[in-house]
Design a protein around this ligand. Structure first.
Ligand code: PHE
Length: 340
């Protein structure tokens, strides 16, 4: 029975040796010593067939069991060594350049919008928000654009087919029809309804027009509404505010011109043009708030006056970054986006 004793002996020594392993080279030596083809255990396994039949079963069983136990121990040791190995690599090679983690970044239009907000905040404006799904009353009626007024043709509108009209007893069925806002001007009304002047606000956001796209038009774009109301707000105040804004935004003196234009919610109304690539590009509509608009918001037009403007953010971005085509902003083309 000394072969059984021998197995016990192997087991004890193997445990000690495996325990003592420190490196992968040592590991390989010890593994060969105990599990290699010439190891004592392998020899024992091979000699089983020469044993008397009564002993074969017990010896065979124990030898196989030992073999599996040792394999298991070696495996565990190996993973221990690997973990340590990785840690020591990290702590050793501090000169190795780090792996760069790929971070996303903000879309150029988001960046521009944040920049613009900060400029207006520095001018003591507040930033407010409004919904993109708007009711007809805020998008049109309250802005002095009643139903059937030909001025509605200025805004080709995406009407929403909706079963749920906004339920409000004050609203006639017609003026509660839903649409995608065609401009940010409805935020003017929403804000005035719930605040008292004097104040100055901006409202940046997405607007929608039902029209064909080309290099300077998109069916979806960004506007920046502005509204300043007080007792003595004049057109001169407007000119000053936008000249400061344009200068801060483009970081240089900006030449702009104002050309009269008709918007039902302002009087007088103008468009703001700035020079780009030797031509004048329209970047905003603006004007003095129309008395009818104040009335719609329940302000006394004899008491208050103010100016409003609506900048096209995409246009400003095109000029600032020399981008020839607005559609690039919405194309999702990474070659474009990654340049910002
Ligand atoms: N809302 C107008 C538009 O989208 C722009 C505008 C805003 C004009 C404020 C005058 C005053 O075209």
């Amino acid at each position: 029975m000394d072969i059984l004793k021998n197995l016990e002996e192997i087991k004890k020594l193997a445990h000690q040796d495996i325990e003592a392993i420190k490196t992968t080279e040592e590991f390989e030596k010890v593994r060969v010593k105990y599990l290699g083809r010439k190891s004592e255990l392998s020899l024992a396994l091979r000699s089983i067939k020469d044993l008397p039949i009564e002993e074969r079963r017990e010896v065979g069983f124990k030898a196989q069991k030992l073999k599996r136990a040792l394999e298991e121990l070696f495996l565990r040791k190996l993973s221990e060594l690997n973990v340590k190995g990785q840690m020591s690599m990290v702590s050793l090679d501090i000169t190795k350049p780090g792996k760069k983690i790929e971070l996303g970044h903000l879309h150029p239009l988001t960046k521009i919008s944040q920049e613009i907000k900060n400029i207006f905040i520095s001018l003591n404006f507040s930033v407010v928000d409004g919904p993109q799904v708007e009711i007809e009353r805020y998008n049109f009626d309250a802005l002095n654009i009643p139903a059937n007024h030909s001025a509605r043709d200025m805004w080709d509108t995406f009407w929403l087919q909706s079963s749920q009209k906004v339920s409000s007893s004050q609203l006639s069925a017609a003026s509660s029809r839903l649409l995608l806002r065609t401009h940010t001007s409805p935020v003017q009304i929403r804000y005035m309804e719930s605040h008292q002047p004097p104040f100055q606000i901006i409202a940046p956001g997405t607007v929608y027009r039902y029209e064909a796209t080309d290099a300077t038009h998109s069916f979806q774009f960004q506007q920046l509404e502005g509204l300043m109301v007080g007792k003595n707000i004049s057109f001169a105040n407007f000119k000053y505010v936008i000249s400061v804004f344009l200068e801060k935004f483009f970081k240089r003196k900006i030449e702009f011109i104002l050309r009269p234009n008709y918007y039902p919610f302002v009087e007088p109304g103008v468009d703001v043009y700035i020079k780009w690539k030797n031509r004048w590009l329209e970047v905003a509509g603006a004007g003095m708030v129309h008395p009818k608009v104040f009335e719609a918001a329940h302000y006394n037009p004899r008491e208050w006056q103010g100016f409003a403007f609506g900048f096209g953010l995409d246009r400003l971005a095109m000029i600032k970054y020399n981008i020839p085509d607005v559609r690039l902003f919405y194309s999702g083309d990474l070659r474009f986006i990654k340049q910002f």
